[in-house]
Design a protein around this ligand. Structure first.
Ligand SMILES: NC(=O)c1ccc[n+]([C@@H]2O[C@H](COP(=O)([O-])OP(=O)(O)OC[C@H]3O[C@@H](n4cnc5c(N)ncnc54)[C@H](O)[C@@H]3O)[C@@H](O)[C@H]2O)c1
Length: 258
């Protein structure tokens, strides 16, 4: 299949979520063979059906698993090798949120968010690295957040993990350049995904409230849709970004331009 990721195999964690599913679809549309990993079985079914309906002959494998468990990474890497023979692209997208002020932050919340948002990225990198090096065009894209570098109150545990992802990305870029693996981070800003819609609904907030928040929240005055974040991920995965490594790309509608 032709496309910007033709002949490449990719693992996408969080592949059934808003940004993950959009990335999976776009990668398949650009010719990649894709393994989606997510703990949400129903969302996974929807994501895979959507890909299969949109991309004739898509090569997509669904793995329902908890990336917060260390052994998941080695199991998924082994499954990917069996299905596709290699791994050329790793997109670490899985993420959870927590809303405890740091003064009240609980140990189990810390442990869970670090396991999913940070350690899973590290374990998938470690397990896939041999294949990424052998690829000759290996690319890792780690999803951080604008709040990795722009502080706020109320989501300290999440923001700490996202800052950790930036550090992980830059150190790994140093270590892997000599092996031909590029490593970059994408920091989304306000991206409207089912997560935000569900959260707004349960707080009694309307779509208008959400739009008002975005109008005030960034230069472009609106939410991104997930595909607008998936495109920069695709670009970093592709040969078009062959001279880009160690970068931290803000995809935030100009949210923090000062
Ligand atoms: N949407 C935004 O505004 C925004 C902004 C900045 C950063 N991000 C980051 O982008 C990524 C995707 O966000 P999204 O908005 O699409 O959210 P989302 O909640 O729709 O997607 C996250 C996915 O990760 C999966 N997941 C969570 N824990 C898991 C686990 N233990 N094992 C396997 N899968 C697990 C979820 O099931 C979900 O499908 C996250 O890392 C998030 O922190 C999003």
């Amino acid at each position: 299949m032709a496309g910007r990721l033709a002949d490449r195999a990719a693992i996408i964690t969080g592949g059934a979520g808003g940004i993950g599913a959009a990335t999976g679809l776009l990668f398949c549309q650009e010719g990649a063979r894709v393994v989606l990993v997510d703990s949400d079985a129903e969302a996974m079914e929807r994501a895979v059906s959507h890909i299969q309906a949109s991309v004739p002959h898509a090569c997509v494998v669904a793995v329902v698993a908890d990336v917060g468990e260390e052994e998941t990474a080695s199991e998924v890497v082994a499954q990917t090798r069996r299905a596709f023979g290699a791994i050329d692209v790793l997109a670490n997208i899985a993420g959870i949120r927590a809303y405890e002020p740091l003064a009240q932050a609980r140990r189990d919340t810390w442990e869970k968010i670090i396991a999913v948002n940070l350690m899973s990225y590290a374990y998938f990198i470690r397990e896939a690295i041999t294949d990424l090096r052998a690829s000759g065009r290996g690319s890792v894209i780690n999803i951080s957040s604008t709040h990795a570098v722009n502080p706020r109150a109320g989501m300290g545990q999440y923001d700490v993990t996202k800052a950790g992802i930036v550090s992980l990305t830059q150190t790994l870029a140093f270590e892997e350049a000599k092996h031909g693996v590029r490593v970059n981070a994408v920091c989304p800003g306000l991206t409207l995904t089912p997560f935000h819609l569900r959260r707004a609904q349960s707080a009694g907030r309307t779509r208008q409230d959400l739009d008002h928040e975005a109008a005030e929240g960034c230069l472009l005055g609106r939410w991104a849709n997930a595909r607008e974040v998936a495109y920069p991920i695709l670009w970093l995965a592709s040969d078009e970004a062959s001279y880009i490594t160690g970068s931290v790309l803000m995809v935030d509608g100009g949210r923090f331009v000062r």
